[in-house]
Design a protein around this ligand. Structure first.
Ligand code: C5P
Ligand code: MG
Length: 168
């Protein structure tokens, strides 16, 4: 499905999942040591989900739940980087390539900054981008609200796409 509507497209994505014990904390396909991890039907990788939705938004092709319903047993505990890979292939099919991705994970603890580059590398590898095209930022919620109490974590992402040179 080729879009061919404009030379550039912007998309945004957001996700939230509950934090519980006995689940791994997986962000951008990287497992981060933590007493609590994200609960969900898939591996609940909020960062992968937010970026996937940003890409789908940029090509106006629904959202992650349209393509990967959380009622479908095929997606139980699945690696969410597969969703991201699929969104990238839809963008390519629509005649676009990613210029850059910017994202924020909002999580009270643990500290994530030591994992920034491994996460960027993993995301870039999956999206077939240079690491310099992928930004990942971290924030706490200043001990306020469900994120601040460590009950949930959130991720936000924006993505810019440009038409591939051969699309007309
Ligand atoms: O939320 P706050 O402004 O206090 O975060 C300060 C810095 O701490 C962030 O810019 C980020 O580099 C780091 N951080 C982190 N892991 C978190 C939250 C914040 O490494 N879970
Ligand atoms: Mg999700």
């Amino acid at each position: 499905m080729r879009l061919r509507i404009g030379p550039i497209r912007i998309g945004q994505g957001w996700d939230v999942h509950r934090l519980i014990e006995a689940r791994p904390l997986i962000l951008g396909g990287v497992t981060v040591p933590s007493p609590k991890g994200l609960d969900g039907h898939s591996d609940a990788d909020i960062l992968a989900h937010a970026i996937t939705d940003a890409i789908l938004g940029a090509i106006a092709n629904g959202d992650i739940g349209l393509h990967f319903p959380n009622t479908d047993p095929r997606w139980k505990d699945v690696d969410s980087m597969r969703f991201l890979e699929h969104a990238c292939s839809l963008a390519t099919a629509a005649g676009y390539r990613i210029v850059n991705v910017d994202s924020t994970v909002i999580l009270e603890k643990p500290k994530l900054k030591d994992y920034r580059d491994p996460i960027r590398q993993k995301l870039a590898g999956t999206m077939n981008l240079e690491v310099s095209q992928v930004s990942v930022k971290f924030k706490t919620a200043e001990e306020r609200g469900p994120v601040g109490r460590g009950e949930t974590a959130e991720a936000q992402a924006v993505v810019l796409l440009e038409a591939t040179p051969d699309s007309n």
